[in-house]
Design a protein around this ligand. Structure first.
Ligand code: NAD
Length: 477
């Protein structure tokens, strides 16, 4: 049943099965999804295209396992998650090779970010499960935090393991059971994760995996009456649909959606550093980061200097080396479409463009592209591109900068740089967005992550992420 790709990718395994009720089982239907390496454009594996029948079996398995897992003492749940963390660390090379193969991530980035970040997040939730106060006394009431129930998790391809762990780890820590439908482009690392959970001794049915297409398996999961909560990360279009379905069923929903985050460089800030870090933030993962600071806002007086700095910084992202391809041909077309649209609407390309990068006829590469003279109302300044494209926007004063920063439907992340930290913080507090990095503040895997406005509903990571999967009950004495 197992197939293993040959050669340099011999660590990459695909399974022609669904992981349901603690076993790898043949899928109900005969459909298959090809998994393609975006660097070579070659098929590296096949997974089942799951159907509503697979989803139904998985939800039944998750329901059957729920009472036992919910009643397992949190410290024991935490111990299993700790074992999962250790296995993820032990299988670092395999995880990194898998993400490199199915997403096209450069190997160093696949290891340092796509593998180590979710491993750290898993460790964080192992500790939280053990240490969280699931009970508190409020006056004459004892208040219990209980698991929400069966969680249907639907994840995208851009950080394929991180997105899975950011849902599965808190759900399992809370005492919920899970059915995961991972993105069709990146199901292999999800299968590897299921194998790791199995090896760690997670009881049968507590975690189940159904691979398949979004409108088939994903929709069946979102609509299933046996699912108590849907946790979705992906596009705003699909999120809106899932929110409507969950709302109609009066079921809890968490949505992590798109973004168009602003990197605000205040007058007096260290411009060179702000631009360098900003370009790295956008071009990492080939621009396929929901929280990427894709709009750089600079005051008029230093605008030209910023354009020069961005051009120099972008040159370091050589496609095929530091910059990987985007995930598939459709995504490449989408990104190139936005680049054409930017030019058509009057923005100026200072580096990059729609041509294939030199010497790279194979692979879904897009040239790292910097646009100058971008008006805040242009399509490339409003819509999420999800590729290595950044827009430099000029502002006149702080109020103008704030108006531009807040002037999209999104509000996921952002950055503020200022000579004076208090001034940067004051600006950040006025931004309609869920996370802001001040003067290059580092990513914190325990800080709540999630969006204002159309970037989503709910928070992931840390104690706030755990709370998403808990509901409260009060007993009065
Ligand atoms: P997508 O919405 O097309 O797909 C995401 C997941 O939903 C996939 O598993 C897909 O199979 C499934 N899906 C698709 N149609 C469905 C349907 N009708 N019913 C149920 N499930 C369905 O998004 P994508 O193209 O895979 O991912 C890119 C998007 O995800 C970007 O917009 C990005 O900003 C967003 N994203 C957000 C975050 C965040 O945390 N806010 C993180 C990563 C990605």
């Amino acid at each position: 049943m197992d197939g293993t790709a040959q050669g340099a990718q011999d660590l990459v395994t695909s399974r022609d099965a669904q992981y349901i009720g603690g076993k790898w089982r043949p899928a109900a239907g005969g459909g298959r999804i090809d998994v393609v390496d975006p660097v070579t454009e070659k098929v590296i594996g096949q997974v089942p295209a799951g159907t509503a029948e697979d989803v139904d079996e998985a939800v039944r398995a998750a329901r059957a396992a729920l009472p036992g897992w919910a009643a397992t003492p949190p410290a024991e749940r935490g111990a299993i998650l700790g074992a999962v963390r250790d296995l993820m660390a032990a299988r670092r090379e395999e995880i990194a090779a898998t993400v490199a193969a199915e997403l096209g991530a450069p190997p160093a980035f696949a290891a340092a970010v796509h593998t180590d970040m979710p491993t750290a997040v898993m460790g964080g939730f192992a500790a939280l499960a053990a240490g969280h106060a699931f009970e508190e006394q409020v006056g004459n009431s004892r208040v219990f935090q209980e698991p929400v129930g069966v969680v249907g998790a639907i994840t995208p391809w851009n950080y394929p393991l991180h997105q899975v762990v950011a849902k599965a780890a808190p759900a399992l820590a809370a005492g919920c059971t899970v059915v995961l439908k991972p993105a069709e482009d990146t199901p292999l690392v999800a299968q590897l994760f299921a194998a790791i959970l199995d090896e760690a001794g997670l009881p049968a049915g507590v975690f189940n995996l159904v691979t398949g297409l979004g409108p088939v398996a994903g929709q069946a999961l979102a609509e299933h009456p046996g699912v108590d909560m849907v946790s979705f990360t992906g596009s705003t279009a699909v999120g809106r649909q899932i929110g409507a379905t969950a709302g109609a069923a009066v079921k809890r929903v968490a949505l992590e959606l798109g973004g168009k985050s602003a990197n605000v460089i205040l007058p007096g800030a260290d411009l060179a550093r702000a631009v360098n870090v900003g370009i790295a933030n956008v071009f990492a993962n080939s621009g396929q980061t929901c929280s990427a600071w894709t709009r750089i806002l600079v005051d008029s007086a230093r605008y030209d200097e910023a354009v020069e700095a961005a051009t120099a910084a972008a040159a370091k992202y050589v496609p095929g080396e530091r910059l990987g391809p985007v995930v598939n041909a459709k995504q490449r077309e989408r990104v190139r479409g936005y680049i054409r649209r930017g030019t058509a609407e009057g923005a100026r390309i200072v580096v990059g463009g729609t041509d294939a990068p030199d010497g790279l006829e194979t692979g879904y590469y897009v040239r790292p592209t910097v646009f100058a003279d971008v008006d805040p109302g242009m399509t490339i300044a409003q819509e999420e591109i999800f590729g290595p494209v950044v827009a430099l926007i000029r502002y006149e004063d702080e109020d103008d900068a704030l108006r531009i920063a807040n002037g999209t439907v999104y509000g996921l992340a952002g950055a503020v740089w200022g000579a004076d930290e208090a001034e940067a913080v004051a600006f950040a507090r006025r931004m309609d967005t869920g996370q802001v990095d001040i003067n290059g503040g580092r990513f914190n895997p325990l800080a709540p992550f999630g969006g204002y406005k159309q970037s989503g509903v709910g928070r992931e990571l840390g104690a706030h992420g755990l709370a998403e999967y808990l509901q409260t009950k009060s007993l009065q004495f």
